[in-house]
Design a protein around this ligand. Structure first.
Ligand code: ATP
Ligand code: MG
Length: 302
């Protein structure tokens, strides 16, 4: 049930982690361990709250789908083992799969490298009425590629375009593209699941020690960990350069999974609630059609 109190709670949590103007953003001002103690949130109370939130999301999604005007694009970025997959699985568990698609973006294929850096993501944009989830995205192009600029060599860019401005140009192009999309009815929310280096180490060790989690472990992830500080600098710059009121970043503390899930759910609920979604109201002609159909059905012999 959607009550004003839950919507207000969602708004508080959503605003707490939102970056709408990145100019003064500093990542070291965000604590990955934060878990809402001051807002009265607890791990034991979180399950009920999340269940309630998931119910509200289902209700809002149903209206989004019926209204068929807006589309929602949720972008998830994070270091490995920050919990992207778990968040997507839990928060979206009440959503009707018909109105939602998840796309995971891994290292680009040859075909993808034959196009501009946004191409593969733009092909996966959510249609109106639906929610699209990007598990990683075109932001990798200013994150992993920034940390490993040698990856640019595979992108077949004309050499004249490989200038020192390349990443600044990408931030500008991303912002302009997001503004374009939002002006056309795509509501964008971006999540950086902010896990600490110590918590990542703990989760990697669990993946190594627990046979049921072995499949999740990749040595490449440990190699990327060696570049931790460079990644944090790249994330900070991305959030500074690409946050805006129409497509804000949300820096979500990710050391406590229960809190991460609650905060992400809160942002999505707050976003959908702000759209004032409603089921379409039929005009007099359509209502008359319904009544005629009803009369026909009632007249059938059973
Ligand atoms: P999980 O490890 O939980 O399965 P993941 O999102 O980390 O999920 P991986 O199979 O590890 O999935 O692959 C993602 C890898 O692909 C990441 O290291 C990411 O940085 C890399 N990647 C994604 N997009 C690009 C890109 N445009 N250029 C280069 N590498 C990319
Ligand atoms: Mg990985």
């Amino acid at each position: 049930m959607m009550t004003d109190k839950t919507l207000r709670g969602a708004r508080v949590l959503a605003q707490k982690h939102a970056v709408v103007d990145g100019s003064r953003f500093r990542l070291d001002g965000c604590d990955p361990k934060e878990c809402g103690g001051r807002d009265g949130l607890t791990k034991s109370g979180s399950q009920d709250l999340l269940a309630q939130g998931i119910g509200i999301l289902a209700e809002l999604q149903s209206k989004l789908y019926a209204q068929d005007h807006w589309s929602i694009l949720l972008i998830f970025q994070a270091m490995d083992a920050a919990g992207k997959d778990g968040v997507i699985k839990h928060v979206m568990s009440g959503i009707n799969p018909q109105g939602c698609e998840v796309h995971s973006f891994k290292a680009p294929s040859n075909e993808e490298l034959d196009h501009d850096f946004m191409w593969r993501s733009m092909r996966r944009l959510p249609p109106r009425g639906t929610i699209g989830i990007f598990n990683r995205s075109y932001y990798e192009e200013v994150l992993v590629v920034r940390v490993h600029p040698e990856l640019l060599q595979h992108q077949k860019l004309p050499s004249q375009l490989l200038t020192d401005d390349l990443f600044d140009q990408r931030y500008t192009d991303i912002c302009k593209n997001e503004r374009f999309l939002s002006r056309n009815g795509t509501v964008i929310r971006k999540f950086f699941l902010h896990v600490s280096k110590q918590e990542q180490r703990k989760r990697f060790l669990e993946r190594i020690d627990d046979p049921e989690k072995n499949w999740k472990f990749s040595s490449a992830d440990v190699r990327e960990r060696q570049h931790w500080d460079e990644y944090m600098a790249a994330y900070e710059t991305v959030i500074q350069k690409t946050s805006s009121p129409e497509s804000p970043w949300h820096v979500i503390p990710a050391d406590n999974k229960w809190y991460t899930r609650l905060a992400v759910a809160a942002v999505i609920i707050d976003t959908l609630a702000s759209l004032e979604l409603h089921y379409p109201k039929l005009d007099a002609k359509r209502l008359a059609e319904l009544q005629a159909a009803r009369a026909g059905l009632m007249a059938e012999k059973s």
